[in-house]
Design a protein around this ligand. Structure first.
Ligand code: GTP
Ligand code: MG
Length: 300
């Protein structure tokens, strides 16, 4: 049998469970997951290879109406993934079906795809039959797709989707070495684990204003020395991140370190610094320096 390989984009509204599904397909925690919407800010690649088939899953930021330049860049990342995919998996939260405006926005984005679009009703463990019926009545006529019920959390339905992926991907040599599971540098995962912990620990708007950037990563020593800058938009956010007597940032450091050590299977020393980069979410130059792709036609 000839080998098959290609790109499978996981797209949908914020909080639908895209990152959970990527981790489920890989049986590994590669993407950060939190209960808050808009956790994923940049595309993440996760690779699953069987003997003959290699799927390159792309986890994307949630599709949302853009309020800041950061959102514009997030939406653009998702749209590029839709355009480049060999199969698009539209992930819909079965416990919280999209409203009319969200449905229209999703339909518009799915039209960008040249590839087949399959719909996954995720969180099927929580979905009521009425919600499943509502989603099916929407997607069957509009997207020509019979939805699949899945649960990223407990893995239900994922093997069936994998079989579908194996059929749909084009004949092609493998695009990555067979034993590779990701393509991002280790630094990226370290940044993401810190960001995930920020989402878990701080409330309301604060996590959305923090960009985590690794400043130093000194390997070849035990423990590995990691210095991370936490960039916030205002002094008031800096005070919140630090907490009274530095207690909050100490806790953040401890919890993040445990996750990173689990991922790297090595001891690390984590040095966190908070810096103010005023209004970075709205500034084109700052966003580009931080690795976001801001559309060229954006004037700001
Ligand atoms: N019960 C249940 N919860 C789920 C399932 N999949 C995801 N979740 C939960 O839904 C929340 C959001 O999951 P994520 O994977 O971060 O969602 P996402 O689509 O990547 O969200 P953004 O990155 O914010 O766009 C988390 O609390 C998950 O634990 C599922 O199948 N069942
Ligand atoms: Mg996500």
């Amino acid at each position: 049998m000839k080998s098959r390989a290609g790109y499978v984009a996981l797209v949908g509204l914020p909080n639908a469970g895209k990152s959970t599904l990527l981790n489920g397909f890989l049986d590994q925690t590669l993407c950060i997951v939190t209960a808050k919407a808009q956790t994923t800010w940049k595309r993440v690649i996760g690779i699953r290879s069987s003997d003959e088939v290699q799927a390159i899953f792309i986890d994307t930021p949630g599709l949302l109406s853009a309020e800041s330049l950061l959102h514009v860049s997030m939406v653009r990342e998702s749209q590029e993934a839709i355009r480049d995919a060999d199969l698009v998996l539209l992930v819909v939260d079965g416990s919280n079906p999209p409203n009319a405006g969200e449905r229209a926005m999703l339909e518009k984005n799915m039209n960008l795809s040249k590839a087949p679009v399959d719909v996954l009703i995720n969180k099927i463990d929580l979905a009521t039959p009425a919600n499943v019926a509502r989603i099916t009545e929407w997607v069957s006529p509009k997207l020509g797709a019979e939805p699949f019920g899945v649960s990223g959390l407990n893995g239900d339905g994922l093997e069936k989707i994998w079989e579908r992926i194996e059929e749909v991907l084009p004949e092609s040599p493998f695009l990555y070495p067979k034993d590779e599971i990701g393509s991002a540098p280790v630094r990226f995962f370290v940044e993401e684990f810190i960001r995930e912990t920020i989402f878990e620990q701080y409330n309301q708007e604060v996590p959305y204003a923090v960009y985590v950037s690794i400043d130093e990563f000194r390997e070849g020593q035990d423990p590995i020395y990691v210095k991370a800058n936490l960039l916030v938009e205002r002094d008031s956010q800096k005070m919140i991140i630090l907490g009274k007597g530095g207690r909050s940032i100490k806790k953040l450091g401890e919890l993040s370190r445990e996750k990173i050590e689990g991922f790297l299977e090595k001891r690390i020393y984590l040095d966190l610094w908070v810096k103010v980069l005023p209004n970075w979410r709205k500034r084109k130059g700052d966003l580009e320096r931080l690795g976001f792709h801001v559309p060229k036609d954006t004037q700001r």
